[in-house]
Write a protein that binds this ligand. Structure first.
Ligand code: ZN
Length: 163
């Protein structure tokens, strides 16, 4: 036990435990080192209360506020009132060309290029960490269902060799 009553390995932290834990939590995020983590923690300490509250609500509600699009398995706003995601329900997009992607991150990477005007199918249509991937986890059945409608004329695979 350290001076603050915290666990071994945390003894050298000069900060109070909750502040130290916040820094450590930021450090688990990709691309965030100790310096940035500390900067973020101090920023939040000084930020207006409502700003901090808004951030904490967004974080805690994130997974619940998103659902999978029943057509393409992209993520979508649970409260959008739409039956499919913004891409699937866009009448200006070409439904005959479908890009098959591994995950939603790849979908949005392609979207950012602004060059593809067709639709997508997300194989790993899930928002939780990818574990125990079997045929059910890969949304292949949904993809086959989509091909049966005859609407798809071209399918482009944008997946890694393992998937
Ligand atoms: Zn969709």
């Amino acid at each position: 036990m350290g001076v603050n009553g915290n666990q071994e390995g945390q003894i050298r932290s000069p900060y109070p435990l909750p502040f130290h834990q916040l820094i450590e939590s930021f450090r688990t995020l990709p691309g965030i080192g100790i310096k940035t983590a500390t900067k973020l923690a101090f920023h939040l300490l000084k930020a207006p209360g409502e700003e901090v509250l808004r951030l904490s609500r967004l974080l805690s509600d994130l997974r619940e506020s998103l659902v999978l699009c029943p057509q393409c398995q992209n993520m979508m706003d649970r409260d959008s009132g739409r039956e499919s995601c913004a891409i699937c329900s866009d009448p200006l997009r070409d439904p005959s060309t479908v890009v098959v992607v591994e995950d939603v991150q790849t979908l949005y990477a392609i979207e950012r290029t602004g060059e593809f005007r067709g639709k997508y199918h997300v194989l790993l249509g899930r928002l939780s960490p990818l574990e125990g991937i079997g045929p059910d986890a890969l949304r292949i059945r949904e993809l086959l269902e989509r091909t049966k409608t005859g609407e798809i004329h071209e399918m482009i695979l944008a997946t890694s060799p393992t998937v």
